[in-house]
Design a protein around this ligand. Structure first.
Ligand SMILES: C[S@@+](CC[C@H](N)C(=O)[O-])C[C@H]1O[C@@H](n2cnc3c(N)ncnc32)[C@H](O)[C@@H]1O
Length: 217
């Protein structure tokens, strides 16, 4: 992809985001009146929409939908469907709304958020964008089971698990020296280990205190 093609593509995404958010009166920084201390405790700092769109273009099949094999824009209004887009810590839904703005089918959008006050904002925003309410869950991501999202169970979620994390099941398959590369993830409210492991050397976000890392081995 040439620099010019890249710029055209980014300009197109920015234009789509600007149009969509002004039409839909979306409030990117709706923190449900939470105070800074509470926001710091739960890492409540939301991602600007244009950045969300750029992240999605890097991580998902957005490029495929917009660009031909040579990197030229093949259509300005593709519909992105048949693939779930799930944000496990969705906040007020900026990432998911940006997905819809650039063409994601709302029927394939899923969300989870821990804070009930932010969850209300999330439900209000996403249902206005036609995301089914039963796709939007309030709870701790580390306690989420597959039953919560039956449809996602059959499909591979795109943004469901951080790339540097693995499940207990996958951890058990590693040999002893590989296991040493991982920490156990603990829930900081209970202090108990969850069923996930995180790769050492991958920095934990300071702002997100929803989990902490305990050394294993
Ligand atoms: C940094 S914000 C990200 C919001 C959104 N993904 C974005 O990019 O704008 C993180 C959100 O995760 C929520 N959160 C923190 N710990 C969580 C947990 N264990 N389970 C689910 N949500 C959690 C916080 O309340 C906050 O709204």
């Amino acid at each position: 992809m040439t620099d010019l093609q890249k710029r055209d593509f980014e300009n197109l995404l920015t234009k789509k985001i600007d149009n969509f958010f002004s039409e839909n009166n979306w409030n990117v920084n709706n923190y449900a009146s939470n105070q800074l201390k509470e926001r710091k405790d739960l890492g409540q700092f939301f991602t600007p929409s244009v950045l969300c769109a750029k992240m999605l273009a890097k991580l998902t099949k957005v490029k495929e939908a917009y660009l031909d094999e040579e990197g030229n824009v093949k259509g300005e209004n593709p519909k992105i469907t048949d693939e779930p887009l799930f944000d496990p810590t969705a906040g007020c839904g900026n990432l998911l709304a940006a997905g819809i703005a650039i063409g994601w089918d709302p029927e394939w959008i899923y969300a989870n958020e821990l804070d009930p006050k932010i969850y209300e904002v999330l439900v209000d925003g996403l249902t206005k964008l036609s995301v089914p309410k039963d796709h939007i869950r309030c709870g701790d991501i580390f306690k989420m089971t597959k039953e919560h999202f039956k449809r996602m169970d059959e499909q591979k979620p795109i943004c469901g698990i951080l790339p540097d994390e693995i499940s207990k099941e996958d951890y058990e398959k590693l040999n002893e020296s590989e296991k040493k590369l991982y920490f156990t993830i603990c829930d900081n409210r209970t202090g108990k280990p969850t069923d996930k492991y995180k790769k050492k050397g991958v920095k934990n976000k300071k702002s997100n205190k929803s989990f902490s890392l305990n050394k294993k081995n």
